[in-house]
Design a protein. Structure first.
Length: 375
C-alpha cells in the first residue's frame, strides 16, 4: 500500500501541475531530479557552505551557529559563497536541522566540537506532550533569507532542507549525538506508542519548516535522515517510514523535487523511495549503479567519498569519473559527495571537481531502455 501511494505521488510529480517553464524550472538540477535529459550532470555539495571556505570562516568568526542561522543577510551571504566560488548548479540554504526545534521552544545549543546538546532530553509522555508545534512565524527569518537568496541566485535553484523525524528524535532522546542510539532504540522498542507520538510531532515540525522554505521560493528540498543507517530495514519500515512519508507526502501539492538522504542506508534505499522521495541520496558505500537497480527508476544523488578529495588530483579525477559512470545507470543523476564536505577540504579541489563534472556530456538513454533486474 505504501508503494502504491508513492507511485501515485511520483506520477503526480512527473506530470506536475507546474507553472510554464522558465529558467528556474529548466536548470540541470531540476531536470535531473525529474529524470529529464540534461547537457551535463548537475553538481552541488552537501555542506558546501562551511568551514572549507576561508571566506566562510572569516564571516562566521565570533557568531554562534544558531545566531548565524537567525540573521537573513548573513544566511544569504554564507549560502552564496560556494555558488560564486565553485559554480555549482544549486545553492543549499545555510541552516541546521535543529533550527526548527529551537524555534518550537526546545532548549538546545550547538556546541563546537560536539554538535547539538539538548538541555532536557525527551524520554517520557509528559516530555513529548510538552513539544510545541512550529508556527511559521517563528521561523520568519528563514523565509526572509530564502527570499533574499532567490533574488540573488537568479536561475540557480535553491534547495531547502530539514532533518527527518528519526534523526531529530535521536538528538532529543539521547540529549546529543550518539554512536549507538541506545536510548533512542530503547524507547522505540520499549514504548512504540510513545515513539510514534514523538515522531508524529517531529514530522509536523519538519513539514512546517520545509513548507516555509518552499513557499518563500526554494525550488527543491532535501530531507536528511543522517542516522537512519543505524536501523534494519524492518525497523525502518515499522518505526520510521510512516513519519518520513508524512513529511515528504505533505509537500506533494507544492510540486518541488524531494530528495531524501541518509548515511549508511544502502539496505534502506528502496524503503526511502517509498517514503515519497523523488530523488534518493546515496552515501559513498553503495555504488550508484547498484543503487539504481534497487530504486527501479528513481533518480539518484551522490556519491563521491568526501575523503577522496584529500588524495592527489589524478585519484580524484578517476573517482569522479567512476561515480559519473555508475550514476549513468539511473534515470537521472545529481553529482554530490556521499556526505558533507569535510572542514579541511581544499576548496580549489571542489572547484576542479565541478569543472570536471560540467565537462562530462550525458549519454542519452535509448527509448524504452530498462534498468537491469534487481539481483
Amino acid at each position: 500500500m505504501r508503494g502504491g501511494r508513492h507511485r501515485e505521488a511520483h506520477d503526480t510529480m512527473a506530470g506536475m501541475n507546474t507553472p510554464p517553464e522558465d529558467a528556474a524550472t529548466t536548470t540541470p538540477l531540476l531536470r535531473a531530479c525529474r529524470g529529464e535529459a540534461v547537457p551535463h550532470p548537475p553538481v552541488w555539495f552537501m555542506r558546501q557552505a562551511g568551514r572549507s571556505l576561508p571566506e566562510y570562516r572569516a564571516l562566521r568568526a565570533g557568531t554562534s551557529m544558531l545566531e548565524a542561522c537567525r540573521r537573513p543577510e548573513l544566511v544569504c551571504e554564507l549560502t552564496m559563497q560556494p555558488v560564486r566560488r565553485h559554480g555549482v548548479d544549486a545553492a543549499i540554504l545555510f541552516s541546521d536541522i535543529v533550527v526548527p526545534l529551537v524555534a518550537a521552544g526546545v532548549d538546545l545549543d550547538i556546541v563546537a566540537g560536539t554538535g547539538p546538546v539538548v538541555a532536557a532530553p525527551v524520554r517520557t509522555a509528559s516530555d513529548v506532550a510538552a513539544l510545541a508545534p512550529l508556527h511559521p512565524d517563528a521561523v520568519g527569518y528563514v523565509a526572509e533569507a530564502v527570499r533574499l537568496l532567490v533574488g540573488e541566485l537568479g536561475a540557480t535553484p535553491l534547495i531547502g532542507f530539514a532533518g527527518a523525524p528519526f534523526t531529530l528524535a535521536s538528538y532529543l532522546v539521547e540529549g546529543g549525538p550518539s554512536r549507538h542510539h541506545e536510548k533512542t532504540k530503547a524507547l522505540m522498542y520499549g514504548d512504540p506508542a510513545l515513539w510514534h507520538a514523538l515522531c508524529g510531532r517531529l514530522a509536523e515540525i519538519a513539514l512546517t519548516f520545509l513548507r516555509v522554505q518552499v513557499t518563500a521560493g526554494a525550488a527543491a528540498v532535501q530531507l536528511f535522515d543522517s542516522w537512519a543507517g543505524a536501523l534494519s530495514e524492518a525497523d525502518y519500515r515499522r518505526y520510521v517510514l510512516p513519519h518520513s512519508a508524512a513529511v515528504l507526502g505533505g509537500l506533494a501539492d507544492l510540486a518541488v523535487p524531494r530528495i531524501h538522504f541518509g548515511v549508511g542506508t544502502g539496505e534502506l534505499l528502496a524503503a526511502m523511495a517509498e517514503a515519497g522521495a523523488d530523488v534518493v541520496g546515496v552515501d559513498w558505500r553503495t555504488p550508484l549503479d547498484a543503487a539504481a537497480r534497487r530504486l527501479r527508476g528513481r533518480p539518484v544523488q551522490g556519491n563521491l567519498d568526501p575523503c577522496v578529495l584529500f588524495a592527489p588530483w589524478d585519484v580524484v579525477e578517476t573517482e569522479v569519473r567512476r561515480v559519473l559512470a555508475e550514476g549513468a545507470a539511473a534515470s537521472g543523476h545529481v553529482f554530490n559527495l556521499g556526505h558533507g564536505v569535510l572542514p579541511g577540504t581544499d576548496p580549489d579541489v571542489l572547484t576542479r571537481v565541478v569543472e570536471l563534472v560540467h565537462a562530462t556530456t550525458v549519454t542519452a538513454r535509448r527509448p524504452g531502455e530498462e534498468d537491469d533486474p534487481v539481483a
